[in-house]
Design a binder for this molecule. Structure first.
Ligand code: 1SY
Lengths: 179, 179
């Protein structure tokens, strides 16, 4: 199953490496940035999982109440022949409806972008129906892997959502703030 | 099928972006590095596909005749919420048995590392037999996707191999030089 493999690859190739180091990266970021990420409850990677697989490369395009702030310090690691492959996460300002700002480390689950691209390419033999089923399987599998992972405990937040037809243009910021 | 999804993710998330830009990166590298990569025939990403899925993060550990030289200039792109995600390839010196040196851009196909990790984790329900079948499927699917891709034509070389039991410690460098 496509999603099964993508969830495992996402864990072994990325989350297993990054999540255990996240709190230290945030600590280092705070020293250089006036303790911007104050609340320790938010010292997590907020992983956006839209079941539609519709991913925006720029979060501001998804919701104007989400604005890029800065990057966390990057991690580098030799990986499969690439010397010092770079892994970094971005910090965003999330504005609430009552004009308060929150900061958090957030990004989309990258494998969903692959599922989307597969459903667009005729040669992948992958329908929109397949894509929805696989997105749900991805979400379930990833959740199970992360729950079993001691080293990643408390370091992530999965934000799973289906966007309604008549989208509220600030749906995503509200969704993130709820979590 | 696990490998089907990994091959597609590898293409849409990486090769489709990097391969069409590779020749320009090499050109830029050559200007700053005395035309180290002279032969235009080698202006390709050499992608190592060991069917055993045994991947070394450091190529020198696979074969002491392969030594890290330098990195190509990095590419950056906003991706799924990560601002300016970094993509870079490494240039290696490959020494032949008669002490001549060649330079090339080479790396392992990272998704094979995910297949390997899955076969090690009991909860992935993925046997060594599955892994071999999926490695072959990965290779076949990736080959078909790349052949159909106009924008990637002439920019890559798949180096597929099965390592023999009594390994020649310079098997890999010879394999790369043959291609
Ligand atoms: N948000 C995010 N930031 C990252 O730095 C990152 N690195 C990996 N991933 C995601 O984890 C999973 C496992 O990664 P792996 O390296 O095995 O496969 C990767 C890898 O084989 C290749 N690839 C992607 N980026 C690079 C890169 N910079 N250098 C070499 N190979 C790369 O293409 C595959 C698909 O990549 P993505 O589709 O971007 O998502 C990956 C994937 O879902 C990331 N996700």
């Amino acid at each position: 199953n496509v999603a099964h493999g993508l969830a495992w690859a996402y864990y072994v190739g990325y989350l297993k490496f990054v999540l255990p180091r996240l709190k230290d990266l945030i600590r280092e970021f705070n020293k250089a940035n006036n303790d911007l990420l104050k609340c320790k409850e938010t010292w997590k990677l907020h992983i956006l999982i839209p079941l539609s697989c519709e991913i925006h490369d720029d979060l501001k395009k998804a919701d104007s109440n989400i604005q890029y702030c800065k990057d966390l310090p990057a991690l580098q690691s030799d990986r499969a022949g690439t010397k010092g492959r770079v892994y970094k996460q971005s910090v965003y300002e999330i504005w609430s409806e009552d004009k308060k700002v929150n900061y958090c480390v957030v990004e989309y689950a990258t494998p969903l972008q692959s599922l989307y691209a597969m459903s667009q390419d005729e040669s992948a033999a992958f329908s929109r129906q397949d894509r929805l089923e696989q997105a749900q399987l991805f979400c379930r599998t990833l959740g199970e892997i992360l729950e079993r992972s001691k080293e990643c405990a408390g370091c992530y937040r999965l934000i799973v959502y289906e966007e309604s037809g008549d989208s509220d243009s600030h749906f995503l910021s509200k969704e993130i703030l709820q979590h």
